[in-house]
Design a protein around this ligand. Structure first.
Ligand SMILES: Cc1cc2nc3c(=O)[nH]c(=O)nc-3n(C[C@H](O)[C@H](O)[C@H](O)COP(=O)(O)OP(=O)(O)OC[C@H]3O[C@@H](n4cnc5c(N)ncnc54)[C@H](O)[C@@H]3O)c2cc1C
Length: 469
């Protein structure tokens, strides 16, 4: 029955008053003091699911590499991913462009597999365009073949510890809340969710105010003839031709009366008449603020639609251009950087640091997108004001400092704002995942915590694995 407005308001007021006082408890439960503006969630029993040797949270480039490697090295491995596909920014984020991929190991295997499927083009040794749909299938197939137990639509929402040891991850999905025990965990959520839930320290954004790099929503569009747009598409005819294509595209946008929020609007050619549209920046949005992420997603999607409609109005080669799909997940460049037993810093990039426990050597430069719309007008992308030298990332930057039994892989490893702006690209994310997976598998085999595994042993295991494949 419809209640009159005033009695509805009174009813909600009473409910909220009770919640604020911590009284949303089942009958009989003790109402402990709860700070104002908080509710106390009642304790409850949740099912304990099958144990695994290694649990990976997050199925992006780093997480899939980690899970496949751990499983191939004999560990019973589970992978939890919140979206409906594997690949993270590669797939749910529709990235389509890969950097710093000229490395040994799993990166080479992915390249070979994408080539077998004719899903890679505009090749350069370390950069290329791939087809996101082919990447989804490939990662699913590789996980299945390696024996990884993948569970999609499942989010890591809490963690349990015994002293310093991480003992279980708690997930939430359509199956409700479930607890999954394991001796070794890998946080590959990009945003460092598992580490944060387990109580690890972390940083985000530029030191001081903590403003992170902007978000970007990508979209795939169809055009009538990509060749007619060659002048505006980065790397289309020449793998070096990026900035001139961006400038030419910008002039077309100006002709259409559009100024995009991203100062380097970019088109990539995926295949045939499919292109990737990257024109958006969302400023000052933290990866941990769901309301701000939602608002940014809605704004970004509307901007893409507006821009493509304006281009279509220009006619000529733009006639018929249409968005096929905007990304399911707005691209997050920077979330939490979890504290590790080593922090990769700007000084490492300046010096070209070398470490005995180096798991990979990034060669990609510092890539800081403007943090504000005003900054975007002055300098859309800055490189930190110095020339980086390829530097080592040591295993210690992948080992959580505050918790045992937890490795990190991908963009949430331990580093400062400047270093993160270099190692965040996907070639390095894969290499970091592969290293974390190998160390995790060896930890299980040797019944030791990951921080007691020598990198030399893990590197040898990886070498043998690569020779076997
Ligand atoms: C717009 C944009 C453009 C970029 N351009 C390039 C480029 O051109 N080339 C390049 O190589 N790199 C580029 N990068 C960087 C690169 O894509 C990322 O830094 C890279 O994806 C890092 O990989 P990752 O696996 O650490 O994180 P992600 O790709 O973010 O993967 C994390 C995964 O974890 C999942 N997840 C998150 N939280 C949870 C949870 N609580 N429980 C379960 N699952 C969870 C996510 O759904 C996702 O699948 C770009 C990034 C962005 C955002």
């Amino acid at each position: 029955m419809q209640q009159p407005h005033s009695s509805r308001r009174k009813f909600f007021g009473q409910l909220l008053g009770g919640a604020a006082a911590g009284t949303l408890l089942p009958a009989g439960a003790a109402a402990a003091a709860t700070p104002t503006g908080m509710v106390r969630e009642p304790a409850r029993e949740i099912p304990l699911r099958d144990a695994a040797d290694v649990i990976v949270c997050g199925g992006g480039p780093a997480g899939t590499a980690a899970a496949i490697t751990a499983s191939r090295l004999g560990a019973r491995t589970r992978l939890f991913e919140v979206h409906g596909c594997l690949g993270g920014v590669w797939t749910a984020g529709l990235l389509t462009w890969i950097f710093d991929f000229n490395k040994p190991g799993f990166t080479r295997e992915l390249v070979a597999e994408l080539d077998k499927r004719d899903a890679r083009r505009h090749q350069h040794a370390s950069q290329f365009v791939y087809e996101p749909e082919a990447m989804k299938l490939l990662l699913e197939e590789l996980c299945a073949k390696a024996g990884v137990k993948v569970q999609l639509f499942t989010s890591a929402v809490a963690a349990q510890r015994a002293g310093r040891q991480l003992t279980a991850v708690i997930t939430e999905s359509k199956s409700g809340r479930e607890a999954w025990p394991a001796p070794v965990f890998i946080d590959a959520t990009g945003d460092g969710d598992l580490g944060a839930h387990a109580g690890c320290g972390w940083d985000t954004g530029r030191p001081g105010e903590g403003v992170p790099q902007p978000l970007t929503m990508n979209a795939v569009a169809v055009v009538r003839d990509a060749h007619a747009l060659a002048e505006y598409i980065s790397f289309f005819r020449d793998v070096q031709r990026h900035i001139p294509a961006v400038e030419a595209f910008k002039r077309e946008l100006q002709r259409a009366g559009i100024e995009t929020s991203y100062g380097h609007p970019t088109l990539f050619h995926i295949r045939d008449n499919l292109v990737l549209v990257m024109i958006n920046h969302e400023y000052g949005v933290k990866a941990t603020d769901a309301a701000a992420l939602s608002a940014a997603t809605v704004r970004a999607r509307a901007e893409i639609s507006r821009v493509v409609a304006a281009l279509r109005q220009l006619g000529g080669p733009w006639a018929g251009m249409q968005v096929v799909a905007s990304a399911e997940q707005i691209g997050i460049r920077e979330g939490r950087r979890l504290h590790g037993r080593y922090t990769v810093t700007r000084d490492d990039l300046l010096a070209g640091a070398r470490h005995a426990d180096a798991v990979t050597r990034p060669t990609f430069g510092v890539d800081i997108h403007a943090l504000t719309p005003e900054g975007n007008k002055q300098e859309t992308i800055s490189h930190g004001g110095f020339k980086m030298k390829p530097y080592d990332i040591p295993l210690r930057a992948l080992l959580a400092k505050d918790v045992d039994g937890l490795l990190m892989a991908g963009r949430c490893i331990s580093g400062d704002f400047i270093a993160h702006a270099s190692y965040r690209v996907t070639g390095d994310a894969v290499a970091l995942g592969e290293a974390a997976g190998a160390v995790a598998a060896l930890a299980v085999q040797n019944q030791k915590p990951p921080h007691e595994i020598a990198w030399a042993d893990a590197a040898l295991a990886l070498e043998k694995l690569r020779a076997r494949l």
